[in-house]
Design a protein around this ligand. Structure first.
Ligand code: PHB
Length: 396
C-alpha cells in the first residue's frame, strides 16, 4: 500500500475514533448528531392551511440559521394531527417514541394541544406551541419544557372586550365553536367587556368543526344585539363571514372577532369581510424592517404559497425561539433550566413587533386593532399594549 494512502486511512480511523468519543460524551456530543424536530400539525381539515403556514415559517427561520440550531443540523419528522383530539396522544407518541424527536413543535387546535402538552410533560420533551391558545398549557400544565410562540385564547378576546365596550356597545351576543379555544376567547372578551360596563345577552355555539350557521344567524337577527363577538378560524371563518353577510346582518349588527376570523382568509371571503374589525398580535402594514425582511424572505422561499399570515409568523417565531434556546444550551434540548432562564430574559425580534415571554412561557405582546380594507387587515391602532396572559394556575 502506498504510504500516502496509508496515511489517509490512519487519518480516517483517527477521525472516526474522535467522532465516536465525541458521540458518547454528554453536552457538546449532541452537536455532532442531528437535532430531530417533530412537527405535529393539521395538514388536512378546516385548519390545513394553518398547519402549512406554520411549517413554512418554521423552516424559514431554520434555514436563515443555515439549517442548524445550537450547532446541530435540523432533521424534520411530521405527523398530521387532523385537529382530532381523540388521536392526539397516539400522534404525539409517533414522534416521541417511534421517531425519538428532541423537540416537538405543535399544534393548532387547543383540544389536540392538551394531549400533546401532556405527552411532552410525561416524557420530558421540549415543546414549542406555534398556535393553539389553550389556557391550561401555560396555566396549570406550564413547565420549563413548554413555550408558546403564539398567544393565549384569552389575549385577543380580552383586547376586543375593551374595544367593544369603549365603542359604546352595551348588549352583545357571542358565537363560536364549543371547545376550549372558543370558550376561552369568549371568556377573555366577556371579562373585559363586562368590566367596561357591557352585558352578554346570549352565548351561542356549535360543535367544532361544524359550519351550519343558519339557525344561529336567525337567532341573532331576532335577538337584535348592539354587536356580535366571534371566534372562528380557517375554513370555518371563511364560511361564517360569508354567511353573516348573506344573512343581511353585516350592515345592521356590527361583527367583531378575534383576528383569526380574517387572517389567511381574506382571498376567500372577498367583499363579505370588508370593514370588519378584529384584534390580533399581527396585522398588515406593521411598519418595521423585520416585517419587511420576513415577507420578502417568505415570498422567495415559498413562491407558490399564499402571502404569510399570523400562522406563518408564529411558525417563524417558534423557529427563532428554538434557535435562541439551542444557542444557550449548545444544542442540548434537555437543559430545561437553562432554556427557561434564557427564554425568560429574551426579546424575540418578531415580524409582529418585539415581544418577551412571561414566566409561564407565553408571549407578552401588543394586540393590534385591525380593519379589513381590500384584501388586508390594516392596523388601526394598538388595542392593548404588552398584554400578558394571567396564566392562572401556573406555578413557575
Ligand atoms: C385553537 O384551537 O386554539 C385555535 C385554532 C385556530 C386558531 C386559533 C386558535 O386560529
Amino acid at each position: 500500500m502506498k504510504s500516502n494512502t496509508l496515511n489517509r486511512l490512519k487519518r480516517l480511523a483517527l477521525a472516526s475514533a474522535v467522532g465516536l468519543a465525541v458521540g458518547v460524551a454528554a453536552g457538546p456530543a449532541a452537536a455532532q448528531q442531528k437535532l430531530k424536530v417533530g412537527l405535529m400539525l393539521p395538514y388536512t381539515g378546516t385548519f390545513a392551511a394553518l398547519g402549512n403556514a406554520i411549517e413554512n415559517g418554521f423552516r424559514l427561520a431554520v434555514s436563515e440559521n443555515g439549517g442548524r440550531l445550537g450547532g446541530r443540523e435540523v432533521e424534520y419528522f411530521k405527523v398530521d394531527d387532523e385537529s382530532d383530539p381523540a388521536k392526539a396522544t397516539d400522534n404525539a407518541n409517533k414522534l416521541i417514541k417511534r421517531d425519538q424527536v428532541d423537540v416537538l413543535v405543535g399544534t393548532v387546535h387547543s383540544g389536540v394541544q392538551m394531549g400533546l402538552a401532556k405527552a411532552a410533560n410525561d416524557n420530558n420533551v421540549l415543546l414549542i406551541v406555534p398556535n393553539a391558545g389553550a389556557g391550561a398549557v401555560t396555566g396549570p400544565m406550564c413547565s420549563t419544557n413548554i413555550y408558546r410562540s403564539s398567544f393565549s385564547n384569552w389575549q385577543p378576546g380580552y383586547a376586543m372586550g375593551e374595544v367593544v365596550a369603549k365603542r359604546g356597545h352595551k348588549n352583545v351576543v357571542t358565537i363560536t365553536w364549543k371547545y376550549a379555544a372558543g370558550d376561552e376567547s369568549v371568556g377573555g372578551f366577556k371579562e373585559a367587556f363586562e368590566k367596561g360596563g357591557g352585558k352578554i345577552v346570549k352565548e351561542l355555539s356549535l360543535p367544532f368543526p361544524n359550519v351550519e350557521f343558519q339557525a344561529l344567524l336567525t337567532e341573532i337577527a331576532s335577538l337584535k344585539p348592539d354587536a356580535v363577538y366571534t371566534f372562528f378560524a380557517g375554513g370555518g371563518a371563511v364560511k361564517f363571514v360569508k354567511d353573516y353577510d348573506a344573512a343581511g346582518l353585516r350592515k345592521t349588527i356590527p361583527l367583531y372577532g378575534a383576528g383569526f376570523l380574517t387572517d389567511g382568509t381574506l382571498e376567500a371571503q372577498g367583499a363579505s369581510a370588508e370593514g370588519l374589525l378584529t384584534t390580533l398580535h399581527y396585522a398588515d402594514g406593521i411598519d418595521n424592517p423585520r416585517e419587511k425582511a420576513f415577507r420578502a424572505g417568505y415570498a422567495k422561499a415559498f413562491p407558490s404559497a399564499p402571502a404569510p399570515d399570523v400562522y406563518a409568523v408564529q411558525g417563524y417565531d417558534a423557529g427563532q425561539m428554538l434557535a435562541t434556546a439551542m444557542a444557550a444550551t449548545k444544542g442540548d434540548a434537555k437543559k430545561f433550566d437553562v432554556i427557561h432562564a434564557e427564554l425568560s430574559k429574551a426579546t424575540i425580534d418578531s415580524p409582529r413587533g418585539k415581544f418577551t415571554l412571561s414566566k409561564s412561557g407565553n408571549p407578552v405582546q401588543d394586540m393590534y386593532l385591525r380593519e379589513v380594507k381590500g384584501k388586508e387587515n390594516r392596523v388601526v391602532g394598538i388595542a392593548s399594549k404588552a398584554l400578558s396572559d394571567p396564566s392562572r394556575g401556573c406555578k413557575l
